[in-house]
Design a protein around this ligand. Structure first.
Ligand code: IVH
Length: 701
């Protein structure tokens, strides 16, 4: 793709551009350089710049693009999210039909395939070699380049025509916006590939969605196919998809002459595509010399499928030589020169025996399906979360149903659907409980939330979960105290709520089996230490719904003692930047309950810190701080510090950073080659304009 020398040059020039503001004449080169860094990061997996450096460089590009002398290039990385592109999902014709693949399951099927190929290729002296690659489980995509520029992407649709999803596809960073096809004489090319979501990203996105009360993705495939079809390209981008290319399907020169056969073989075509910056789903040479070797390669992919970052549901065996492919031809449905080798299912059917209800630390009730134990991709599954009542309703899951379940990668098993056709009539509806299974309190649910909750502050099961969280590393970080000890002490009735943790009888603990003096005194030491934790830590350890670490920190900075929160109204919360009504409501609800206040009082009595500590206090801005109450904006490239450092410094001295020049702006600090922002500020006439040095002098004063 890029020679060592080119890479070194790109790198050096990046550093120069980082130091000084590039001018409009540097613009095309800067686009090229940023595209190079995107390739290093998203395709080559070996970034040369830190994220911060990349961001700075990108910021410089945006600044240049504001300049009226600069004509924005369509392959500029800024155009991945340009606002003038929208998704109409118009139908477009594929240059070649997008077919499916025939399936095989074992060596015999593959041998039949090989026999058929040999028949079709009878009389040729060209070698029969098989290319074996992973079969990615995502959404098919056809991407068109013209004149070296990305022009279109489409879904498979009915095979002949698909939906135009160009605006969405453009946001996917592993898909180059420009590729030098012209070096190979190609004017227009259509590539085929698969848009996928990595397993890690899938887990991450689902955690976020669960937290936000959104429907979970069933598997990475749904997340990817859905992602391609978002109305808003920003949402596609948010999913963090990748595109892998697996076929050069069409290539013509300016006159429309077909060029594909000139590339000789699949492996050569793929090597060129890799060279042009596309992401391929393998890194070693997948060429094999006979069907047995091809089968061995398929099995190797199957053995290693869990170590692969992306979901694969099989391998694809392709006859390598293009002229032989042409001889074999196509059926209506699939090419005769390729065959999918399907892996053992990660899906299974089983019977739903019963539903149990778990109570979480914030009181949320989660239904859990108990199923007939079944083998699923190497593990026995007997319990599967059904998430919430809506999930059960939407999927119409009933007791006694046969259900289709799936385990994607390392991901927890998931009920895909119930098999309504197999019902006998003996199935029963799942009655979601109205009261808490632990304490019998009526359950509550607010409109915007998916979960039913038990709001009883004395709920034994909920308090158990709260205590387990409270002692964990995440929360109060009580060394040596974990789930099993919390459960053991609870069984002894020593623990009813969090406050009891700080009032334990260590003699009794020492007398417990397998404990002893030493363990008891170690535990005591850890608990004593935890008593001194910051107020922010205490707040976030209480398991208040939606109150995370960050919000706890922000709130702790505003109060002298935890008990002040009893009197806080929604306005108090909302005044804090980054705290919204949801956190406010939940914290207010918590502090309106007498049981919680009593519990916190007991904790205070046992010596737990409930007051603001030094760690909680924000850095004080003195009244005479030089920038107190001022709004500030940095533009152009700074010489002695990064933009981020400058902003942090400004904040430290009392200023508020804002992002645009308007009548609200008090100060503009201009670095080298400041552009439109400076002009605008000058035009306004109300903005104090400072050089970087003047800014530094000011804060030193
Ligand atoms: S080759 C004419 N190679 O599987 C060639 N397909 O079941 C047809 N797929 O729609 C496709 N990984 O979206 C090919 N390495 C791979 C693939 C692959 C995934 C998908 C593709 C296709 C479907 C066919």
């Amino acid at each position: 793709m890029y020679s060592k020398e080119q890479q070194a040059e790109m790198f050096e020039q990046s550093k120069r551009f980082l130091k000084t503001q590039p001018s409009p004449k540097d613009y095309p080169r800067l686009v090229e350089i940023l595209n190079f860094h995107e390739w290093k990061y998203y395709v080559d997996n070996s970034p040369l710049l830190s994220d911060k450096e990349y961001d700075n460089l990108y910021e410089k590009l945006l600044q240049l693009e504001e300049n009226k002398d600069v004509i924005i290039l369509t392959h500029s990385p800024s155009q991945r999210v340009s606002s003038d592109l929208s998704n109409q999902f118009q139908t477009v014709q594929h240059y070649n039909p997008m077919l499916s693949l025939a399936n095989s399951y074992n060596i015999d099927d593959l041998k039949d395939f090989d026999t058929q190929i040999k028949k079709l290729c009878l009389g040729t002296d060209r070698p029969i070699q098989y290319f074996v690659e992973p079969k990615l489980d995502g959404g098919s995509i056809a991407v068109v380049y013209e004149n070296d520029i990305f022009v279109r992407a489409a879904t498979r649709g009915n095979g002949a025509e698909g939906d135009d999803i160009s605006a969405n596809a453009k946001t996917i960073s592993s898909l180059p916006l420009r590729a030098a096809f012209s070096e190979y004489g190609i004017y227009r090319a259509e590539l085929r590939g698969e848009a996928v979501m990595s397993k890690t990203n899938f887990d991450k996105k689902n955690k976020e969605r669960q937290y936000e009360g959104l429907d979970l993705f069933a598997n990475p495939r749904n997340a990817a196919t859905g992602g391609l079809r978002m109305k808003d390209p920003m949402e596609t981008r948010d999913r963090g998809l990748d595109v892998f290319i697996f076929q050069l399907a069409y290539a013509v020169d300016k006159e429309g002459n077909e060029l594909l056969s000139g590339f000789e073989s699949h492996d050569k075509a793929m090597a060129i595509l890799s060279q042009l910056g596309f992401k391929l789903p393998y890194d070693k040479n997948p060429l094999t010399h006979d069907i047995h070797a091809a089968h061995a390669a398929c099995e190797e992919w199957e053995t290693n499928r869990d170590n692969y970052q992306y979901e694969i549901d099989g391998a694809v065996v392709k006859l390598n030589d293009f002229s032989l492919q042409q001889r074999c031809g196509y059926t209506q449905h699939h090419p005769r020169w390729a065959m999918a080798f399907k892996f053992k299912a990660k899906q299974a059917t089983t019977s739903l025996l019963n539903v149990e209800y778990q109570i979480g630390k914030t009181g949320a009730i989660t239904p859990v399906a108990k199923v007939e134990p079944v083998q699923l991709a190497g593990v026995t599954v007997s319990s599967i979360s059904l998430h919430n009542e809506d999930f059960i309703k939407q999927k119409d899951i009933r007791l006694g149903d046969k259900v289709l379940i799936e385990r994607a990668g390392d991901v927890i098993p998931y009920v895909v659907k119930s098999l309504a056709d197999l019902r006998t009539g003996a199935e029963g509806y799942i009655e979601f409980p109205c009261t808490c299974p632990s304490c019998n309190t009526p359950l509550l649910k607010s409109e915007e939330q998916a979960a039913w909750r038990c709001m009883n502050p004395k709920c034994p099961e909920q308090n158990l979960q709260k205590m387990i969280y409270h002692v964990s590393k995440e929360a109060m970080n009580i060394d040596g105290f974990g789930k099993s000890l919390v459960e053991r002490f609870s069984e002894e009735s020593w623990l009813n709520d969090i406050s009891d943790i700080y009032n334990l009888d260590y003699d009794k603990i020492a007398a417990l089996e397998k404990m002893g003096e030493k363990s008891a005194s170690n535990l005591k030491e850890s608990i004593e230490k935890a008593k001194g934790n910051s107020l922010a830590r205490l707040l976030s350890s209480l398991s208040i719904h939606h109150l995370g670490k960050k919000a706890s920190k922000l709130i702790a900075a505003e109060i002298k003692s935890v008990f002040e929160l009893q009197d806080w109204t929604e306005e108090n919360f909302i005044e804090i930047k980054d705290i919204g009504p949801v956190v406010a409501q939940n914290v207010m609800q918590y502090f309106s309950q007498k049981e919680h206040i009593d519990m916190l009082r007991r904790m205070e009595q046992y010596g737990v810190n409930v007051k603001q500590t030094d760690a909680d206090r924000p850095v004080e801005v003195a009244d005479d701080a030089p920038l107190k109450g001022k709004t500030i904006l940095f533009t152009g490239s700074l010489q002695t510090m990064s933009r981020k450092e400058a902003q942090a410094l400004a904040e430290l001295y009392g200023a508020k950073n804002i992002s645009a020049v308007s009548s609200n702006l008090n100060m503009l600090v201009v670095g080298d080659k400041a552009g439109s922002k400076l002009k605008k500020a000058e035009a306004l006439g109300t903005v104090e304009i400072l050089t970087e040095q003047a800014f530094l002098n000011l804060i030193e004063s």
